[in-house]
Design a protein around this ligand. Structure first.
Ligand SMILES: Cc1cn([C@H]2C[C@H](O)[C@@H](COP(=O)(O)OP(=O)(O)OP(=O)(O)O)O2)c(=O)[nH]c1=O
Length: 202
């Protein structure tokens, strides 16, 4: 009888948040940074942007490791914030972070995270996304400046971190919390089970 081997899991990411979130599934995995180009053509929908970039990030690591591993599953992910059709990625500097939070305060916006899984041996792939609505409290300029001063916005889409001090800026969310932090765990676990990796073994 042919033995089915469970694929080795590799997270294609430089994000410490994604590493922590994946670790919470209690599966063994390795992390390899993916330095894929993150530019996309104009006019793509948010869903398409995050799925395209998640696939690109995973695909770049597949190229690096496919000689080494014929049974690995590479996970790539991408998060963006969308307000009135404008895509907010990471702020380029503190002024940009102030601009982003000023536009988000007192309003609801959407956070999209794409997740892609690609198998190094078969080339089989699966990609999807989750969307979460986030409402930020009304904030005055002093509070925004103080938050930006903490340095937390620097490497976060939309210039805030719901999992950090940014939690104090948020009124509420609708949808998956982990999606906002950068890795929707329920979507990912469904995808993993399609590749023979189960988080909860009965
Ligand atoms: C909205 C929000 C975003 N973020 C983070 C998640 C992502 O790390 C980052 C969005 O940038 P991404 O380009 O999705 O990811 P990254 O460059 O940090 O990591 P990778 O190597 O995987 O491409 O914003 C938070 O940590 N908290 C939040 O509340």
């Amino acid at each position: 009888m042919e033995e089915t081997r469970t694929p080795k899991l590799i997270l294609a990411s430089t994000s410490p948040r994604r590493r922590e979130l994946l670790a919470s599934l209690q599966l063994p995995f390795e992390v390899l940074p993916s330095h894929a180009d993150e530019s996309v053509q104009a006019g793509l929908s948010p869903e398409k942007i995050v799925e395209t970039l998640a696939l690109r990030k995973a695909g770049a690591v597949v190229q690096t490791v496919r000689e080494q591993y014929d049974n690995a599953l590479i996970i790539g992910s991408d998060t963006i914030v969308v307000l009135d059709g404008e895509i907010l990625g990471k702020p380029v500097d503190e002024t940009d972070a102030v601009r982003m939070i000023t536009s988000l305060q007192g309003r609801m916006h959407r956070v999209f995270t794409g997740v892609a899984c690609i198998h190094t041996g078969t080339g089989e792939q699966n990609v999807g996304y989750r969307e979460t609505s986030v409402t930020m409290k009304p904030l005055d300029a002093k509070t925004i400046a103080a938050y930006v001063q903490t340095g937390e916005p620097a490497d976060k889409a939309g210039a805030y971190a719901i999992q950090g001090l940014g939690a104090t800026l948020i009124e509420g969310i609708q949808g998956c919390y982990f999606n906002v932090v950068g890795l929707p765990l329920s979507l990912l676990s469904d995808m993993l089970s399609g590749f023979g990796i189960s988080v909860l073994r009965p």
